[in-house]
Ligand binder design. Structure first.
Ligand code: SAH
Length: 268
């Protein structure tokens, strides 16, 4: 095995920069400078771009609105076998990612970070992801994401670097990669220029603290079911009222916790 330099793999606009004419480059540079920088430390860099290469997030990557760089944890491993893990202190099943190996990967990523870039470990013990958290993240210059595997990471790394823990939900995945992609997907769609219609992020679920109203499209009648007539009426005020009432009803029924928070915000 050869000692490859500990460099990450970049995906995004950078790769085509060399083919740009000098004049084009003048126009391209500021756009790239504004690109949201996603750094992912993972044992499975092949899992990226994953679903982020599709549809709106894939298009945004090609347009230079964000960039991804993966840091292959294996490359920072110890010895001939590039070991990254060891048995848990105190005994028990599984393996734990070593702090010294993680340290090298984290330092490599952070040395390339610029501006405000939170350092996050995807973890079932973390703060559950929600839309306000994603909005704050989308306002940053980027993010460094650490994906765990096996039994997770040595606690001292989290303490030493002051790493924030963020969870995808109350269940246990085999690794942080899917959670990282979920976080990035939700964040990237909020970046300026990613969604065609910016208003759609304002109206949708969670933005106003309510779940979204039901959606319909053609055909007007399907399996004997009609689209609610008000939506076909062309009366925008009536449609707005109907949607608001539906959003409130659905939120009350399905998520009393969100409804209570929504009501609490209204009362001074
Ligand atoms: N032993 C741990 C689970 C480790 S799962 C425990 O019981 O808490 C292996 C890795 O998957 C974790 O290091 C973490 O990075 C990731 N992971 C698992 N569940 C997750 C979740 N709900 N949200 C975010 N990441 C998760």
């Amino acid at each position: 095995m050869t000692d490859t330099p500990l460099s990450g793999r970049s995906i995004g606009r950078k790769s085509i920069k060399a083919s740009l004419k000098p004049r084009d480059l003048m126009g391209e540079t500021p756009e790239l400078a504004r690109a949201f920088q996603a750094q992912v430390i993972t044992l499975f860099p092949g899992a990226f771009l994953g679903v982020l290469g599709e549809s709106l997030t894939g298009k945004a990557l090609n347009e230079g609105l964000w960039q991804l760089k993966t840091y292959d944890l294996r490359e920072f491993g110890e010895g001939r076998h590039r070991n990254v893990d060891d048995t848990p202190a105190g005994g028990g099943a599984g393996m734990v990612l070593r702090p010294d190996v993680l340290e090298k990967a984290i330092i490599a990523a952070r040395s390339e970070a610029r501006g405000v870039m939170p350092l996050i470990y995807l973890s079932p013990r973390g703060k559950p992801m929600d839309q306000p958290m994603i909005r704050r993240l989308a306002a940053c210059d980027g993010v460094t994401l650490l994906c765990g595997r096996f039994e997770g990471v040595d606690q001292r790394v989290l303490d030493h670097f002051g790493i924030e823990e963020v969870s995808l939900g109350d269940f246990v995945l085999t690794g942080g990669e899917i959670a990282a992609q979920a976080l990035l997907d939700a964040t990237i769609r909020l970046l300026p220029g990613v969604l065609g219609n910016a208003a759609s992020t304002e109206e949708e679920s969670f933005s106003a603290g309510l779940l979204e109203h039901p959606q319909y499209t053609r055909p007007a009648v399907w399996q004997g079911r009609e689209i609610p007539p008000v939506l076909m009426s062309g009366h925008h005020a009536e449609i707005g009222k109907w949607r608001k009432a539906q959003a409130e009803k659905i939120t009350k029924e399905r998520r009393p916790d969100l409804w209570a928070a929504h009501e609490a915000r209204k009362t001074p």
